[in-house]
Design a protein around this ligand. Structure first.
Ligand SMILES: [Zn+2]
Length: 146
């Protein structure tokens, strides 16, 4: 079976997996390994998952999910990114609090507070507002799989 292998130097090869397992790149001389069928299947699964992507709250709701279900899906994906971004920024500016300059220390305190409050608003307050305003009477029995 012929497999497509590409070196990081840009050279492309079509090799027969049954005859060749390892070979050297003609362009740069690097040793290349022909992927096994198991590794290739694993890579294809990862590629497929990356292509599909995870839906955000709006996409999940437009596909017929309840607000609770859509919130759970969004929390697992973009929620984690929001949490760590806010945490990183807050810790960074929190160091300003120990500054000798009064203005910088005050700004550090204010920005830390704002980053943390905005994170909680994005993760908790906005979805709650969304539930209350968009679908106030929706009954749902969604139980997240833990
Ligand atoms: Zn190469």
């Amino acid at each position: 079976m012929t497999v497509y292998v590409e070196c990081i130097c840009g050279k492309k090869f079509h090799v027969d997996r049954a005859q060749v397992q390892k070979f050297d790149c003609e362009g740069c001389g690097r040793g290349l390994v022909v992927p096994s069928p198991q590794l290739e299947a694993q890579l294809n699964r990862i590629r497929e998952r990356m292509k599909q992507g995870e839906p955000g709250m709006r996409e999940a709701m437009s596909q017929g999910s309840s607000v609770t279900e859509a919130y759970f899906v969004a929390l697992k994906t973009t929620g984690i990114a929001i949490f760590y971004t806010a945490l990183t920024l807050a810790v960074g500016v929190a160091m300003w609090i120990f500054s000798e300059l009064k203005f910088q220390a005050d700004m550090g305190l204010m920005l830390t507070f704002m980053f943390v409050v905005n994170m909680f608003a994005a993760l908790i307050f906005l979805p709650a507002l969304c539930r209350w305003l968009l679908r106030p009477f929706e009954k749902d029995t969604f139980k997240p799989k833990v």
